[in-house]
Unconditional design. Structure first.
Length: 446
RNA sequence: CGGGGCGUGGCGCAGUCUGGUAGCGCGACGGUUUUGGGUACCGUAGGUCGUAGGUUCGAAUCCUAUCGCCCCGACCA
């Protein structure tokens, strides 16, 4: 994309409504525009990152054997009356009447609807196990939305639901989700720690939240800091191997890590002092096992291999897709702007032409741009007729992890400059070599 | 929902106390200049001062109502 043809309304000054860094930077980088409290338009740059994050979530869900579908945002109230949550949910649920005076609601989550789909089409243990998920907009009418997309009223969420014939199988589904979530967050450049959590209004016996450590987190967290060193890395986990999956979960959940809701001071005190940490975290996902909480009242029954009718065992699993943008920025920025991890960056690299209108510089940038596109990368070429400083400031603000600087001075020596946004380190190299380096870097993030 | 604050060009703000018909910086646009970290200068456009009602010769300014947004708390992905 050429910046002169793009829509990137960056702001030089901080909008007064934004208090925390991710909100400020998203507004300044022209990623979002607030339309009402907790409701945002996603401008091109923000939309691009949102889509990249969504894509990673999809890929990792499919890899774990989960099946995508799409349920509507508006739901009939009757389904929620069946589960008893229509009255239980409270004012956070946005209730609407259609023209026939029927009670509708903008879904805050989809347990009832997925259970309805399941019960009308699945009746036998032979169809299990089954995990269905979707990525859809939700609405929770928060009393006080804040922190930009981190605590919006409308938000994009991946929610998945597993259906299993018995508890051991359902617990494997729980574990499988945990591993797939760990992979998902790692690909986004995040360290998200699974922490035992309270079940909240969704209900259930077993639940973990995934928290990204950040000063601005909404939850206080207590942990052994060795958990932050745990990585899945290149490990290929066989999602059908119950023991292997359970083993990974054990590895990631054995060290103490809890939110204030489940904090146990005695156990915390057993951690060696140099590893005992208290901090704050942003919740970016949660997994629940809840057994027959919905299947029983809603009659989601399957016949098992003995011919008995039993309520199906369920769990639900969520990733806050839109809030992840905020969480990533909170975890990855400096005083100049955002620093996107390679896995989610809106553009792979920025090209800065230091002297727009200079024949050699223009030609070199054009060639570089074509070469990057030809190599399957997605560059942003700042071809505006601006001073170098303005171009650098824009690039730093929007946080592309790599920048190629092209100017007459370097071109005389046959080199361009490749700069890491994260470290600020630059190296001079031939344009073809810069392309090759970027190809290599991004090959590691596929 | 309790407490606090704010609504004035795209963004940040002054003007409100002490009514006299709207201003500054940034940005945008046009030009000159400049060109390796938000260049300098000149010029132009853009605002029924959140909305409605009231007081007044006259309201951004005073009064009433209302809407919206932000912050702290309680709540939450």
């Amino acid at each position: 994309m050429r910046l002169s043809r793009y829509f990137l309304p960056v702001l030089k000054e901080n909008p007064s409504e934004a208090q925390i860094v991710s909100h400020r930077l998203m507004l300044r980088a022209g990623m979002i525009r607030q339309q009402a409290a907790g409701i945002y338009s996603w401008l091109p740059l923000g939309y691009k990152v949102l889509k990249r994050i969504e894509q990673i979530v999809h890929e990792e869900q499919v890899r774990a054997g989960h099946i995508p579908l799409l349920m509507p945002t508006l739901q009939p109230a009757d389904l929620w009356r069946e589960s008893g949550r229509y009255d239980a949910y409270g004012a956070e649920m946005l209730r609407i009447k259609d023209r026939h005076e029927r009670d509708m609601l903008y879904g805050p989550t989809n347990e009832e609807m997925i259970t309805d789909i399941f019960r009308s089409h699945v009746g036998s243990y032979k169809d299990l196990p089954l995990t269905l998920y979707h990525i859809q907009w939700k609405f929770r009418d928060e009393v006080r939305p804040r922190f930009g997309v981190m605590r919006g009223r409308e938000f994009l969420m991946k929610d998945g639901y597993n259906f299993d014939i018995d508890k051991p199988s359902a617990l494997h589904a729980y574990n499988r989700h945990m591993v797939s979530y760990l992979r998902t967050y790692e690909r986004m450049g995040l360290t998200a720690i699974p922490m035992r959590a309270d079940s909240g209004p969704i209900g259930g016996d077993d639940t973990h939240e995934f928290l990204v450590l950040a000063q601005t987190g909404e939850s206080e967290v207590f942990y052994d800091d060795r958990v932050t060193q745990l990585k899945l890395g290149d490990r290929q986990v066989d999602y059908d191997n119950w023991d292997e999956v359970a083993g990974v979960c054990k590895e990631f959940t054995t060290l103490y890590a809890r939110t204030d809701e489940t904090h146990d001071e005695a156990k915390f005190a057993e951690i060696p002092e140099e590893h005992r940490k208290v901090g704050r975290g942003i919740e970016v996902g949660q997994i629940f096992f809840f057994g027959t909480k919905y299947s029983e009242p809603m009659g989601a029954v399957v016949v098992n291999d003995k011919g008995e009718r039993v309520p199906v065992q369920m769990g639900s699993h969520g990733i806050g897709v839109s809030r992840l943008l905020g969480a990533i920025i909170e975890a990855s920025h400096d005083d100049k702007g955002i620093i996107w991890p390679e896995g989610v960056t809106p553009f792979h690299a920025g090209i800065v032409n230091l002297k727009q209108g200079d024949g050699a510089a223009d030609a070199a940038c054009d060639a570089l741009y074509k070469a990057l596109v030809g190599a399957g990368l997605d560059p942003l070429y700042d071809d505006r007729n601006e001073r170098a400083g303005a171009k650098f400031a824009t690039m730093d603000l929007i946080g592309l992890p790599w920048r190629i600087t092209v100017g007459p001075r370097g071109l005389e020596k046959g080199v361009v400059e490749l700069t890491s946004r994260r470290t600020g380190e630059s190296e001079e190299l031939a344009p073809e070599a810069a392309v090759a380096r970027l190809v290599e870097i991004y090959a590691a993030h596929r």
